[in-house]
Write a protein that binds this ligand. Structure first.
Ligand code: UDP
Length: 196
């Protein structure tokens, strides 16, 4: 990996095209990979929270999401090629894997939103294989059941939309229990956007 350091957070020096290629490889490989998409708010939160910084730095890829991150990289003398927004990366990935059929699990947002997002996504990305959904308002003792649902769904791609830093920490704490998933992405409000 070719990364730069912004306030202690490792950010990949990548183009959108490269990020998409890597994400596709991750979805098709064994073991659980993680992609986070730090924007300036996330970088600032990690600056003040060593635990969150460690979680972000454990990722297999951190995309420079947000023009503020791109500017910061430039000012530090370690520019990144371009902004790679997590939302755009997800859209590209969904568009490509609908042709190969890897299952997708939508996790997060208020009850009903992931279902509505699924309906819209199936319309937009014909052939997409959505294998499960779960809302993002749960208590700690429900986590194991959610993990079980994700595992039994057979999903290869898990989109976790709990907002930062909750989604990144959830992925960090639970990825070792994911027996089928190949790629976890923390993508904030994406389900709300998909649901319209
Ligand atoms: N969210 C959730 N569970 C929570 C908190 C938030 O599922 O406990 C969802 C929220 O409904 C929204 C998404 O996380 O769909 C992103 O939330 P927010 O906009 O606050 O975060 P950001 O995208 O700014 O990181």
């Amino acid at each position: 990996r070719d990364t730069i350091d912004i306030l202690g957070v490792k950010i990949d020096r990548i183009t959108s095209a490269y990020a998409l290629k890597k994400a596709e490889q991750m979805v098709r490989s064994d073991g659980v990979s993680t992609i986070f998409t730090p924007n300036p708010e996330i970088v600032m939160a990690a600056y003040e929270d060593a635990g969150f910084r460690e979680v972000l730095n454990s990722a297999d890829m951190c995309t420079p999401d947000g023009i503020g991150v791109v500017y910061a990289a430039k000012m530090l003398g370690t520019p990144v090629p371009e902004r790679v927004a997590g939302f755009d990366l997800v859209c590209g990935l969904l568009s490509n894997i609908r042709k190969t059929g890897e299952g997708v699990f939508l996790f997060g947002a208020k009850p009903g939103v992931a279902e509505a997002a699924a309906v819209k996504l199936l319309d937009e990305y014909v052939g997409l294989n959505i294998v499960g959904v779960h809302h993002g308002y749960f208590s700690d003792n429900e986590t194991d059941d959610i993990v079980k649902q994700i595992n039994e769904s057979g999903a290869k791609l898990l989109l976790v939309c709990l907002g930062a830093p909750k989604q990144e920490k959830w992925i960090f704490e639970n990825k070792s229990k994911l027996t089928n998933v190949s790629l976890c992405m923390g993508v904030g409000g994406a389900l709300d956007v998909f649901a319209g």
